[in-house]
Design a binder for this molecule. Structure first.
Ligand SMILES: Nc1ncnc2c1ncn2[C@@H]1O[C@H](COP(=O)(O)OP(=O)(O)OP(=O)(O)O)[C@@H](O)[C@H]1O
Ligand SMILES: [Mg+2]
Length: 314
């Protein structure tokens, strides 16, 4: 067994004549968070399905927790937990009953099963709603319950397929905290997402998936150096102002769509923004419009492939 929790080489998968995974190589070190980043239809769920033994690849090899997914399916399944893109929660059961179903499936009986259920409800802040039907839960509560169900068997490797899509900012942050805590406890996380900021905040390594191939892979910092970081966008009233601003600011670039806009590389933090505006002020250069731009998935795709992510699906 190596220290890789997940190692895949040359993964291929097609549905009839549609190639969905076209030779994927991935390696995830144990105890880290790996994020597969890609737009709708990129092949994220297909990758998760193959890595978790739910689907057979047409070609390639995958080892998860040191076991071959094709020949040692049982051992792989014993080591992993999967929270799918669509919640596996049973709407007609309460939160507690959903969890009990999982402890029963895992063979945790009597008091032990009850203790595990109570612990998980507590940990996910669901104790107060434990005896309400899951149908009445909000999206964020369902996601939490779903993940709690995944944790029943204490898996060492957890696959999360778009765990925060559709959640409000507060629920997203809660989910991020839960994920970070799992890694602190030694769990390996394989996470898919459509959000660059999520991958950036959570992942030790990110792979960008585009139409079934990995177009970039590295640490968030490596990826950001490839796509360019955040910048401040300044719009001026006229050519004189924009020229004056260009003379005093360093590293500015123009905007292809708007002649009166200058982009200035910046971390977007309050301090650097204040300094920038003070600099312009000191030269009496007036700014008409001002915004901070943090790169998103579209910027990643534009930088890496020359297309935006929306065009991927066109
Ligand atoms: N069972 C299937 N039969 C035929 N085509 C499929 C099947 N499942 C997925 N596909 C196609 O494979 C491609 C990749 O799908 P996949 O679900 O892996 O993408 P995804 O990255 O998870 O997208 P999303 O962000 O929308 O969840 C898509 O074009 C999809 O239409
Ligand atoms: Mg998917």
């Amino acid at each position: 067994m190596t220290s890789s929790a997940i190692a895949a080489t040359g993964l291929r998968k097609a549905y009839q004549d549609k190639i969905v995974l076209d030779g994927i190589d991935l390696e995830v070190a144990a105890g880290t968070i790996f994020s597969l980043l890609g737009p709708n239809g990129a092949g994220k769920t297909t990758t998760v399905n193959v890595l978790t033994t739910l689907m057979k690849a047409d070609a390639g090899t995958v080892r998860v927790a040191g076991h071959d997914v094709a020949t040692d399916t049982k051992a792989v399944r014993a080591a992993i937990g999967v929270t799918g893109q669509f919640a596996a929660v049973d709407d007609l059961l309460t939160g507690r009953e959903n969890l009990k179903l999982m402890t029963d499936l895992k063979g945790l009986r009597g008091d032990e099963g009850k203790r595990v259920v109570a612990d998980l409800l507590e940990r996910f802040d669901l104790t107060g709603s434990a005896d309400k039907m899951a149908a009445t839960y909000s999206g964020g509560m369902r996601r939490k319950l779903d993940l709690a169900m995944t944790l029943v068997g204490r898996p060492s490797i957890i696959f999360l397929d778009e765990p925060t899509t559709g959640l409000d900012p507060r629920s997203r942050r809660t989910m991020w905290e839960i994920i970070r805590q799992l890694v602190t406890d030694g769990v390996t996380i394989f996470l898919t997402t459509q959000y660059l900021d999520e991958a950036d905040r959570l992942a030790d390594r990110i792979a960008v998936l585009d139409q079934g191939t990995i177009v970039a892979q590295g640490t968030p910092a490596e990826l950001k150096s490839q796509i360019g970081g955040s910048h401040v966008r300044l719009r001026f009233a006229g050519d004189a102002e924009i020229e004056a601003a260009r003379r005093i600011l360093t590293g500015t670039t123009t905007d292809a769509e708007d002649d009166l806009v200058l982009r200035v590389p910046s971390d977007g933090g309050a301090k650097s923004v204040r300094t920038l505006l003070a600099q312009l002020d000191a030269h009496s250069i007036e700014v008409e419009e001002f915004s901070v731009h943090t790169p998103d998935l579209d910027d990643v795709f534009l930088a890496l492939t020359g297309r935006t992510s929306e065009k991927v699906n066109a």
